[in-house]
Write a protein that binds this ligand. Structure first.
Ligand SMILES: Cc1cc2nc3c(=O)[nH]c(=O)nc-3n(C[C@H](O)[C@H](O)[C@H](O)COP(=O)(O)OP(=O)(O)OC[C@H]3O[C@@H](n4cnc5c(N)ncnc54)[C@H](O)[C@@H]3O)c2cc1C
Length: 293
């Protein structure tokens, strides 16, 4: 029988990250952190998740901000999509991030959902995982005793599985400065109803003296978790950007996922494979246009 009522749970609203981490330890895996609730609460209502306790991050001060940081950005984990969309800093320093946040779902979801919740949840169809991979972000995780920085490259481990430890809270996302003559963009094929990415591609490139000196591509929606598209990246570096190099790179878009493309009611594996190529081309074309514009 299906139900829309969550199992009973205890509720905590700590005022510090340390307290939240201690509570996580106390429940030994039985508790879940609550941010915007837009992924966790639907799972609980369907009883696909039945945590013993919810640890609400909403009363912890200082986790919601977007700051300039050494030419890049520091973003608090509780910053909502809507705040990112409204941020002139984000639009200037990381256009792909602002673009992706603006394409998440609808206004109510963007007003409540957080960047930290999106990354920690690691939904295979979530938008922001692809963006933090392309922007070479570092994700800061804190426990009661320690803090560490995890490169986005090492954060997404498997289907809805991240490098976060059981007692850690994701507190900050650091996006390095992308440098002069750089550009980034996000392009996605959205599910018509939910807007989740059937396939989403983020690209970040730099062009110096007419040559592409750096290219990073993150793909989401296509496989069990967001991945870098390294073989496509390698085609671009050292070449003058143009239609032929973008087309050649797009042909390699997502090849790392061979044999692992998602297959569900929204799209076949074959279609996703094809769309990974198409949207890699679109994201790259837009990123190069910004870099050289
Ligand atoms: C109708 C609908 C449409 C949607 N469409 C899209 C879409 O188009 N694109 C998209 O990307 N997403 C979409 N989403 C998901 C939405 O973006 C969620 O808000 C997001 O994935 C989770 O963020 P949250 O803040 O709501 O996290 P929550 O639901 O509160 O938490 C999600 C998980 O992350 C953990 N967590 C939260 N914060 C932290 C933290 N700081 N440190 C460690 N762990 C943490 C929680 O314990 C939980 O396991 C949609 C959701 C709905 C309901």
């Amino acid at each position: 029988m299906t139900t829309s009522i969550a199992s009973p749970f205890e509720y905590h609203s700590p005022e510090t990250v340390e307290e939240a981490s201690r509570l996580l330890s106390r429940y030994g895996g039985g508790a879940r952190l609550l941010a915007g609730g837009h992924s966790l609460l639907p799972l609980m209502k369907l009883r696909l998740a039945s945590p013993e306790a919810l640890i609400d991050l909403g009363r912890i001060g200082g986790l919601s901000y977007i700051r300039e940081d050494d030419g890049g950005l520091a973003i608090g984990a509780m910053t909502t999509y809507a705040e990112i969309v409204r941020s002139e800093l984000a639009a200037a320093a990381a256009p792909a991030l602002a673009e992706a946040a603006g394409e998440v779902a609808d206004t109510p979801v963007r007003n409540a959902g957080t960047i930290g919740g999106s990354l920690a949840h690691a939904d295979p169809a979530g938008d922001l995982p692809a963006v933090v991979l392309a922007l070479d972000a570092e994700l800061v995780a804190r426990s009661a005793r320690a803090s560490r920085s995890i490169p986005a490259d090492r954060f997404f481990r498997d289907f809805m599985t991240t490098a976060l430890r059981g007692n850690e809270v994701l507190t900050e996302i650091r996006v390095p400065g992308q440098g002069a003559s750089s550009g980034s963009a996000y392009a996605k094929l959205a599910n018509k109803a939910s807007h989740y990415a059937v396939v989403g591609v983020a690209a970040a490139v730099r062009v110096e003296d007419g040559v592409c000196t750096s290219a990073r591509i993150g793909i989401t929606g296509a496989g069990p978790h967001a991945v870098r598209s390294r073989r496509a990246e390698r085609i671009l570096v050292g070449k003058a950007p143009g239609e032929s190099s973008i087309r050649a790179a797009a042909q390699r878009g997502g090849v790392e996922l061979a044999g692992q493309f998602n297959e569900d009611v929204h799209a076949s594996a074959e279609y996703r494979e094809d769309m990974a190529r198409v949207f890699t081309g679109r994201a790259l074309a837009a990123a190069f246009e910004r870099a050289m514009g």
